[in-house]
Design a protein around this ligand. Structure first.
Ligand SMILES: Cc1cc2nc3c(=O)[nH]c(=O)nc-3n(C[C@H](O)[C@H](O)[C@H](O)COP(=O)(O)OP(=O)(O)OC[C@H]3O[C@@H](n4cnc5c(N)ncnc54)[C@H](O)[C@@H]3O)c2cc1C
Length: 234
């Protein structure tokens, strides 16, 4: 297929902020169309980047392997290719338009007079810092006044490390927890959230793909396969 990827690169794009965690438990995601071949596409795409997740605890001197949970390290620059195209024409024609604009899908659909998906934004942030780490390390912590134990993870990121991901309501508190582990630059993005992962023919010639929420990266190869299935089954 011949594909033109148009991305106007708005601030807050989720894929650029994603941690690169690929949990096998993300397959299947919540949706009715996902089948084994979509999980297979994910396993095949990520298999080379898989690393073990280990738990760092205050009590154990060295990290312990974390049960059945496997994670992957995706080199985002390789996995997520954004080709920003400025077109010499104000308008062009294409057989299909695949709208995968994350939390901005409804902006585009609304401007086109099409029904909206109802996608909502869930902000998340993390820290990029110097240093090095083998595999993925997790550790648990509690925020002041909170009885819930939360888990934060650190993984290799370029020549340094990446820590975190915060939830919207407690971003500042969680970022200060992360800063106790590593000092570094903040990254943030808007996770597209829907009750279930949406990849669907939306109008004649239009496919919409959004709703990846916290696992959008992990499910991306399955989403890509589903999009290909929809546009070739005409
Ligand atoms: C801090 C953080 C950590 C995360 N960690 C993980 C993780 O470890 N593992 C995981 O699986 N998932 C993770 N996620 C979730 C994952 O990043 C998202 O689910 C996924 O990236 C969503 O991809 P998307 O393509 O739907 O949206 P996006 O990546 O947001 O892409 C939408 C794109 O549309 C473009 N756009 C917007 N409007 C227009 C327009 N009018 N015209 C053209 N282009 C437009 C934007 O520039 C953007 O690039 C994380 C998210 C965040 C924020």
């Amino acid at each position: 297929m011949s594909v033109v990827c148009l991305d106007c690169v708005v601030e807050g794009g989720a894929s650029r902020a994603a941690a690169g965690l690929v949990r096998a438990s993300a397959w299947p995601p919540v949706c009715e169309w996902w089948e084994e071949r979509h999980s297979k596409a994910c396993r095949e795409f990520f298999v080379d980047g898989w690393v073990e997740e280990r738990v760092l605890s205050d009590y154990a001197p060295s990290p312990r392997l974390k049960g059945q949970v496997w994670c992957g390290r995706v080199e985002l620059e390789k996995a997520v290719v954004f080709r920003v195209t400025s077109l010499p024409v104000p308008e062009f024609r294409s057989r299909w338009v695949v709208l995968a604009a994350g939390v901005w899908c409804d902006e585009v659909l609304g401007a086109s007079g099409l029904p909206l998906t109802g996608v909502v934004a869930s902000r998340g942030a993390g820290l990029l810092g110097p240093g090095g780490v083998e595999g993925v390390l997790s550790r648990s912590y509690r925020l002041p006044g909170d009885t819930r134990t939360r888990v934060m993870s650190m993984r290799p990121w370029g020549s340094g490390v990446r820590v975190g991901d915060s939830l919207p309501a407690r971003e500042e508190e969680q970022l200060s927890e992360m800063a106790g582990w590593v000092e570094g630059e903040r990254v943030w993005g808007l996770r597209p959230r829907l009750p279930s992962l949406l990849v669907q023919r939306w109008a004649p010639g239009v496919v919409v793909a959004t709703g990846g929420y916290r696992n959008g990266l992990a499910v991306a190869p399955g989403v890509a396969l589903r999009v290909a299935e929809l546009v070739t089954r005409s």
